[in-house]
Design a protein around this ligand. Structure first.
Ligand SMILES: [Fe+2]
Ligand SMILES: [Fe+2]
Length: 159
């Protein structure tokens, strides 16, 4: 799984723009699966989403695709140890928490909002309404599986 050089350049530039925000970088302090941080997970999901879109030759809003993927788990707590009562419901509630955090810090497109809030489909029953959100929902499941079973990040990003 490897992007073309021009796609890789676009991807890295998009990631570094969002990483300028310290709260986005702070996702690196939380574990998502095994030893993989939420930030590493989100970067991998963004990479795989872009790769899927290229392989499928789908016409997508690439900027929204990558930004929405990077922010899809921007919920900013450790879901393994959280004791605020959200733990059992995390799978259902964290897309809304991520959307609220993202909207408080960024101007989001409708596609970016849909990517974030619908990425847990079909656990949350309302399906994605754009292809970008469908791609991220699929890439999220792929990356979560690899991270949980192989215990390493799918795309090792070096800044
Ligand atoms: Fe998630
Ligand atoms: Fe995720």
């Amino acid at each position: 799984m490897r992007l073309t050089d021009s796609d890789e350049y676009f991807f890295r530039r998009s990631v570094s723009q969002l990483l300028a925000e310290k709260d986005v970088r702070s996702m690196g302090e939380y574990i998502q699966h095994a030893q993989v941080s939420t930030l590493e997970h989100c970067i991998s999901v963004a990479y795989v989403s872009l790769w899927f879109s290229e392989k499928l030759h789908w016409r997508v809003d690439r900027r929204s695709l990558v930004r929405g993927a990077l922010l899809h788990d921007f919920f900013l707590y450790d879901w393994h140890t959280d004791d605020s009562g959200r733990k059992g419901l995390h799978g259902f509630t964290h897309p809304r928490a991520a959307l609220e955090n993202a909207e408080a810090r960024f101007q989001l497109t409708d596609r970016e909002k849909n990517i974030i809030v619908r990425h847990m489909w079909p656990l949350t029953p309302v399906p994605p309404k754009c292809r970008e959100a469908f791609l991220v929902s699929s890439a999220d499941k792929y990356c979560s599986l690899i991270e949980t079973l192989a215990k390493h990040t799918v795309y090792p990003y070096k800044g």
